[in-house]
Each structure stands twice: as structure tokens, then as C-alpha cells.
Write a protein that binds this ligand. Sequence first.
Ligand SMILES: Nc1ncnc2c1ncn2[C@@H]1O[C@H](COP(=O)(O)OP(=O)(O)OP(=O)(O)O)[C@@H](O)[C@H]1O
Length: 441
Amino acid sequence: MSWYASPELQGMIRQALKALASRQVFVGVSGGLDSACLLHLAARSCPPEVTVRAVHVNHQLHEDAGTLQQACQILCDALSVPLDVMTVEVDRSSGRGIEAAAREARYQAFNEVMGTGDVLWLAHHLDDQAETVLLRLLRGSGVDGLGAMAEKRDAAGGFRVERPLLSVSRTQLEAYACHHRLHFHDDPTNEDMSLDRNYLRHQVMPLLMARWPQAAGAMASSAHQAREASALMADWSGTFLETIMPVPGVLDIAGLKAQEPAARRVLIRSALARVKLPMPPRARLESLLEQLEATGNALPCVVWPGAEARCWRGRLYLEAPAISLPPDWCVEWTSGVALDTPLGRWHGELLPLLAGPVPQGQASARRGGEQLYLRGHHRRLKTLLQEAGVPPWQRTQCVVLSVASRPVALIFPPHSDRAPLVADHWQLMQAGWSDGLPPQA
Ligand SMILES: Nc1ncnc2c1ncn2[C@@H]1O[C@H](COP(=O)(O)OP(=O)(O)OP(=O)(O)O)[C@@H](O)[C@H]1O
């Protein structure tokens, strides 16, 4: 009996179903061959205590979208598997490419269907894994990226993603689909050679496999080892960061410099990942390391898309670029701390400057240099921020909200770690006023 029809594949899937942490598994079906095989295997091998469901996301990107959805429905009906169909709008103008935008929309849709603890099965296989490794190599990825796709991982939405076919080749799945006469529809975009993955799949991999028949398996094995190395590094850097990162995104430079350069790189990348900032290109990271080496205390900042790094008073600050507010910008103040600006949503940390409820109404927002008045007492905002050790560039990002010319609140940039210190400072100043009222200026 040939491999595809042997009990081996079904046994493997049955084991995976038995090992599930959940009593139901959702299989992501695209309408294509791979996920048709996975759904068929899951439905055929399912023990009575587990329920198999299918979920299809219709991206509405091509004229074949309806046919793909229909292929999923036909397959699910034949297997008596319930199917959830989610139709999404893919943001074509996101600038991140249509594939990335479709993926994001797909995961949002999965999120809506699946609850915390649910398991989603995807039909990625050995050849997909090898293509991913090659793509990452071509982008110059480090061990994290070369680990390619994990067999199991927790998705941001709280559900778990598993890829039970990651050790099975495309040829094996094609044979399985053919043997069981599975109904599927070829996605027309799979032939589009302008897409890197398709180019690798159709032009590069066949050449490699002709010369090295084990190439896909070997690349998947490298990916596995890279994932192990990456997990070890994450463990180490996580523990070490606890000692040198007092607040998320702010690192103690002396602690960093006590490490070898390679370890510094790992720690900076790991700190960036913690605060969900994009990784710097290699040249930017090197220039940041040079700055640390030079003085550790220079203000010029190292910038890359989506992030900025600055050194100040022995600390390295990793932050998202500030959103600037246009001059004379106003906002309807409703005591929230998320402000809609023409450049995006600005979340900050709020320090009320008045005891009691903040008046509602049209508030003006200004930055820097203000005089703050409280019942006649006045202090310069700049001095207050300086005394509380707010770094210079964050000082200019602080926003004072005033209602009817009365400062009601100070809003810190989203990444400032100084807001609690300024709040303490402000309270101390008030406590120092003997009768609870500030002295007259
Ligand atoms: N539109 C979709 N709806 C639900 N799941 C999807 C969808 N697209 C992809 N998936 C899931 O993600 C897996 C990987 O998708 P990808 O498009 O990268 O691979 P593929 O080679 O096209 O797979 P397939 O042959 O199943 O179409 C699919 O096998 C499937 O499990």
C-alpha cells in the first residue's frame, strides 16, 4: 500500500487530535488542495470526543473567490463538517502588500470565530516550510526568522495555531487528494510569478530538489534547530532584561555594555520585541551600538521605520516616533486619555492638574513651556518636568490640556516612564502648601 493511503498519515493526525488541549478543532480551509487533505484527514480520523469544524475566509480579492468558497462548502457537506464562512474587506492601500493585508484580515476573521483556548489547524506542509526558510534567508533574517513556521504557537487572539502537516510533503498530499478524489479548486494566484513565494515554488525549488532530493526536509530541519536556538535566546534575554530594563523599552546602558556585542544585539532586539517595535536594519543597529560604545550619553537619536532610540543619563530609550500635534489644535475633552489627532490616535498617560472632576468642554492642547496655574500659584511646566527627570525630547511631547484657559491635565507621551514621578512630584508640591492651598504668587 502506498504511503498516502497507509494508516501512517491518519495515525499521525489521530494522535494530533488526541493530543489537542481543546475538545474542538477548527480547520482553516482555503478551497485548495492542502487544506482539503487536512480537513479530510481530520474528519476521517476524529475520535468521538473531538468535534471538527471548518472555517473559510473569503477575501473577495479575485473573481475566483466565490468558487473557492463553494469548493469549501462542497467538501464540508461531503464530510458532514460544519463550515463557518467569514467575508472580509482587505485593505489594499495599507502599503504592506496585498498578501500581508489579506493575512491580517484573515487572522482578524479567525479571531471572531474562535474563542480563547480554541485550536486552529492550518495545512502548511514541508515544502511551504522550505519556501519560508528560503524567503527569510533572502531577507537576511537571523535565527528568529530562520525558524520559519512553528508546529504550534499561541495567536494574539488567545487561540492556538497548529500545523500538523509540517512534516508531510506536497507530493504526498497530492497523492492523497488524488487517491480520495477530493474536491478542491486551485487558487489562481498560485501561478502568479511576480509573487516571490510562487517564483521560489515553481522556478527555484524544482532545481534544488533535482540536485538534492532531501533539500526541503533539510531546510525544515534547519528551521527546527533555529527555532530551538531562538527559544533558548528568548529565555536568556527575557531573564537578563528583567535586571537591566526597569521599565518597558528603557534599558540600563551600563548593564548592556557589560555584555559581549553579540549579546547586546540580542538584548536590544528582544527589548524591541517586548514593546512591539519594529526591528532595525543591521546598519541602524550597528550605529546604535557605536553610539552606546562612544559615550552612552549622547542625545542624537538613531531612527528606523516605526522606532527611535536615544541615550540619556545612562539609559537607552526605545520608543515609537512621536505623533506631532499641529499648533492650536483643539479637542472635545471628555476626560479620556486617547486623543484623535490628524496623524493618528495618541494615547498618553494622564496627570490631572486639578483635584476633583475635570471640567468638560472644548479643550485646547499645547506643548511645552507653559505656565501652570493653580489657584494663583504658578510653576513653569518645563521646570516641573525637569525636576521629575523627564527626558528632554519627551518634555516637548507633553501636552497641556486647558479648558477655558485653565490647565486641567497634563498628558505624557505614550511611552513615557516618568508620568508617575511627575505625579508624585506634583502631589509633594501640593502637600508642602501648609493649609492645603498653594501660596499666592
Ligand atoms: N482563505 C482562507 N480561509 C481559511 N483558511 C485559509 C485561507 N487561506 C489559507 N488558509 C489556511 O492557511 C493555510 C496556508 O495557506 P496558504 O495560502 O499559505 O497555503 P496554500 O498552499 O494556498 O494552501 P491550500 O492548498 O490549502 O490553499 C491553508 O492550507 C489553510 O489551512
